[in-house]
Write a protein that binds this ligand. Structure first.
Ligand SMILES: [Zn+2]
Length: 376
């Protein structure tokens, strides 16, 4: 097939064609996933999200329809601009499959929910929203020169997939043990007092309480050798960006959620404040890993910024075992572990043992013998 004569330099045309093909392919996968969510909501749609989707069905159908059209156009552009047609054709085929599965007229989610379901909806929507927010942000305020599809992105996407699709399983694995073993410690009158406070005040109280607990849990993950072997996975990316935030061993995720949930459960905050915290912190956690040059003068000593957390991920000697806080960076100032010099870190990753790059290799990594800990 003859390539279209776009008024573009050949290098730019190839570059744009590749990006269109890969982006179209990924968006196409999300569209097909979304169609599956409409077809099999009782298995694939998170129970928490179901009522919200049904209430705003027109909006979600519209998003799906637009995404399918964009997928097809990106694929077509890639096919017309590149000699290698694979990505473009895959994107176009995925768009057509999504249309055949129902397109924007997909059946409403009326099936009866089951007790446990996968969060495929959560995966597709969160990836779409985070990609739309953070990819342009990293283009506008990029810190390091690097590609969107930099080395290791497939592994990070697998971590992102598992943590989102398994969201309910992870939540149950944390909530049930806490409720079973700690219900004796609950004081109803005290909890009613806590939940009666203004929601915004409870939001800040949750931030403070969870951050104080997380700080010490995080520090333990760095200092206790066998714990470090789990946490090393999160420190293994050599490139920082929004997607690198999702790389964590599932044991690391479970322990952190457990440690954060215990004080929230005992204090009895109102669900609105807890949901507000979860939405806020999930965006913030992605932001501080992003490849952006935001420094937030002065405020960086109060809350965690990209600069603050990039120093936590560095393998430069001066930044080792610094900046443990999740959100409130002044906790590191209080405990003497804050480090934010005038320059940015030069490299990222672990210092001695680099975990493997494959997803399954990373899952198995903590269970294999390591003679020394990387920071030991
Ligand atoms: Zn760490």
């Amino acid at each position: 097939m003859a390539l279209l004569e776009f008024p573009l330099a050949p290098a730019l045309r190839i570059n744009l064609g590749k990006r269109a093909g890969v982006t179209g392919g990924l968006l196409g996968v999300l569209c097909v996933f979304a169609e599956f969510c409409f077809l099999f909501p009782h298995v694939l749609v998170s129970n928490d999200g179901r009522a919200f989707y049904v209430e705003h069905l027109g909006v979600f159908r519209g998003i799906l329809q637009v995404s399918i059209v964009v997928t097809f156009l990106l694929g077509a552009f890639s096919v017309l601009t590149l000699r290698s047609k694979a990505h473009g054709v895959i994107a176009m085929v995925l768009a057509m499959v999504a249309m055949l599965l129902g397109g924007g007229e997909a059946e409403p989610l009326t099936h009866t929910p089951r007790a446990m379901s996968a969060g495929l909806d959560f995966f597709a929507l969160d990836l779409l929203v985070l990609g739309l927010v953070f990819i342009p942000m990293e283009r506008l305020w990029g810190l390091h020169e690097q590609r969107i599809f930099r080395p290791g992105w497939q592994t990070d996407l697998k971590h992102f997939f598992v943590s989102h699709v398994g969201v309910q399983l992870i939540s149950f694995a944390v909530l049930i043990p806490v409720q079973v073993f700690l219900s004796w410690a609950v004081r109803m009158d005290f909890q009613q007092h806590v939940a009666a406070q203004p929601v915004w005040l409870q939001f800040f109280e949750i931030l403070l309480v969870i951050d104080l607990v997380s700080y010490w849990v995080h520090r333990a993950f760095h200092k206790v050798p066998w714990l470090w072997n789990f946490h090393a996975i999160h420190h293994s990316p050599l490139h920082m960006d929004w997607l690198a935030s999702s790389r964590s061993h599932v044991v690391d995720v479970l322990v952190n959620r457990f440690a954060g949930f215990v004080p929230v459960f005992l204090l009895g905050f109102h669900p609105s404040a807890i949901y507000g915290y979860l939405v806020f912190v999930s965006f913030h956690a992605v932001y501080i890993h992003a490849n952006v040059n935001h420094r937030w003068p002065y405020l960086r000593w109060v809350f965690a910024t990209p600069e603050f957390h990039h120093w936590h991920h560095t393998s430069d000697e001066e930044g080792i075992d610094k900046n443990f806080a999740v959100f409130l960076s002044f906790i590191d100032v209080i405990f003497g572990t804050a480090h934010q010099p005038a320059h940015w870190p030069s490299r990222y990753g672990t210092t001695q043992f680099q975990p493997p790059e494959t997803y399954l290799g990373q899952l198995a990594y903590p269970f294999k013998r390591h003679e020394k800990t990387p920071y030991g």
